[in-house]
Design a protein around this ligand. Structure first.
Ligand code: B12
Ligand code: SF4
Length: 470
């Protein structure tokens, strides 16, 4: 359960212009209720925020709405950014490529004023039978100039999120690395010459936002979901830690990259409250990790980073990729498993490798015949693979290993039985285990429940929902 920060930033950017905004979580309300809401509100623009796996569902929702209502349908977020071809899809009037903080308000202003919204920078727009493809706006340079994300609109739409003790914050935007499975290489290519990749909020601006959130809502864990939190310029951590300790003082969770886990920085952050980190391991086979996944890190670097974190008693969630586009994917996955066992993380998290549009791994998988055309991406990469494997049996073993991965890392006594267990036709059972273990690790080990009786029921409902989707 997480806030959608992109939408919240957009709402904050639009409100000062006097626009009336409603946020609806389409999946939660269902189509009929959504139609009622659209009928009542009669919006001029409906914006959809879409990751790749979500697009198909949102496209169908939009198609149904378009049959009854007259409005401009605008799609933004990662999917339209990396797969702008959707501008040709039925019912799509416009797409926003990349950041929308400045361009979406400009689009809406032009719509409101009856001006040429089809010429808005960063937008592709269908207008009177023609598609207008406008150049990208520069990246937002000064992140402090952005209004803080509008939490109210999100928490009103999903009241369960308000009670969540852990809340999301971003201290920076951008990542300069080029991991082949990630969106960033393509993103940085699209934005070449359009501003600095890495941008940081000042510690003061960040702390003020946290104080305001702490004052208004329950907040027990500050979760920085920056791509890499450990990339700050010299002197940043010292200033941040000083202010944070005085004015916020809550446990911190963030994402780090092994090559910038420095002991002096970890010591400062630990003292400020750093409690858990997520760190990409991705693959235990160094050759695959570096030549195909372009992770650009050695296993020694990863181990060294983990030892530093463990020395400071910081919980580690490792992120791993299962089912890679290599000739022997199952064997490579077993190496990843063994490498994680040697690390002993708090929780070994794994995803099935999805070659998302625009990523280098997508073109690699295409050229090497692991996919053909654009696969139909599922909403989550926790279910099954879209890659072609040598046999059904290999596919089954890989998908089962993905489900059992975290448990085996926690209980290495299971390791000798992995091959046997992965061969069994027990995917549904393993999927249930997978989500139970995931939930247990997060809510008992990493971001523990504050009150089990109050929160457990809500989480059981959430897990059942995840299971149904799987
Ligand atoms: C937090 C997060 C989540 C959260 C919330 C997702 C969300 N959409 O906000 C949760 C946990 C739900 C999540 C889940 C998943 N995620 Co995620 N997630 C992120 C993360 C780390 C940060 C998102 C964020 O808040 N960014 C900051 C805000 C400011 O940027 P933004 O959301 O992109 O929004 C801006 C623009 O895109 C644009 N915009 C966005 N929406 C709209 C709408 C309109 C109308 C307009 C005009 C503009 C616009 O304007 C916004 C402001 O500038 C990103 C990585 C990243 N750095 O972005 C991955 C990322 C979005 N996730 C990704 C993936 C793959 C997943 C999962 C599939 C993984 C999984 N575990 O199965 C699932 C999908 C689940 C599902 N329901 O489909 C990929 C998406 C790739 C793709 N092509 O879709 C990303 C890019 C990571 C990556 N390394 O590639 N994720
Ligand atoms: S370090 Fe993380 S966010 Fe940056 S490119 Fe690699 S996977 Fe993406």
């Amino acid at each position: 359960m997480h806030e959608r920060m992109g939408v919240m930033y957009l709402s904050s950017a639009l409100k000062p212009q006097g626009h009336e905004i409603r946020l609806v979580l389409a999946e939660a309300v269902g189509l009929e209720r959504l139609k009622e809401l659209v009928r009542d509100f009669a919006p001029r623009v409906i914006g959809y925020s879409a990751m790749t796996g979500e697009y198909k569902g949102l496209f169908e929702v939009n198609r149904a709405l378009k049959k009854e209502f007259d409005y401009l349908a605008v799609f933004g977020g990662p999917h339209p950014t990396f797969f702008p071809q959707i501008i040709n899809d039925e019912g799509v009037d416009a797409i926003c490529v990349g950041e929308g903080d400045l361009s979406f308000p400009e689009f809406c202003r032009r719509v409101d004023a009856g001006e040429d919204y089809w010429n808005t920078p960063s937008f592709l727009v269908n207008h009177q039978g023609k598609t207008y493809r406008n150049p990208l706006m520069h990246l937002v340079e000064d992140l402090d100039s952005l209004p803080w994300p509008d939490r109210e609109i999100m928490y009103d739409a999903d009241p369960k999120l308000v009670e969540e003790g852990h809340k999301l914050f971003f201290s920076s935007r951008g990542c300069p690395y080029r991991c082949a499975y990630c969106f960033n290489e393509k993103y940085n290519e699209i934005y070449k010459g359009k501003g600095k990749i890495m941008r940081f909020r000042t510690p003061e601006n960040l702390i003020r936002e946290m104080e305001s959130v702490k004052h208004r809502y329950p907040l027990s864990i500050v979760f920085f979901d920056d791509d890499v939190f450990s990339l700050k310029p010299k002197g940043y951590y010292e200033e941040f830690a000083r202010l944070y300790k005085q004015r916020v003082g809550l446990p911190i969770s963030c994402n780090v990259r092994a090559n910038n886990v420095r002991e002096d920085v970890i010591a400062i952050l630990r003292d400020a409250g750093l409690d858990s980190v997520a760190m990409g391991i991705e693959c235990g086979n160094e050759q695959v990790a570096n030549s195909i996944l372009k992770r650009d890190l050695s296993n020694d670097q990863l181990l060294r980073a983990c030892r530093i974190l463990q020395k400071y008693k910081i919980k580690i969630v490792t992120a791993n990729l299962i089912g890679l586009p290599v000739p022997n994917p199952y064997e490579v996955d077993l190496e990843t498993l063994d490498f994680n066992i040697s690390i002993r993380p708090t929780f070994a998290w794994s995803s099935i490798m999805f070659p998302y549009p625009g990523t280098p791994i997508e073109s690699y998988s295409l050229t090497h015949g692991y996919i053909s055309g654009q696969p139909e991406f599922l909403e989550t990469n926790k279910r099954s693979s879209v890659l072609k494997f040598s046999s059904e049996e290999e596919k089954r073993k890989i998908e089962n290993l993905h489900k059992l991965f975290g448990l085996v890392v926690e209980f290495p006594v299971l390791r000798p039985y992995v091959d046997f267990l992965c061969g069994l036709r027990l995917k549904s059972f393993y999927t249930a285990l997978f989500y139970m273990w995931y939930g247990y690790c997060y809510k008992f080990k990493i971001w523990p429940f504050e009150s089990v009786p109050r929160e457990l029921g809500k989480y059981v409902v959430y897990w059942i929902k995840l299971l149904k989707k799987s």
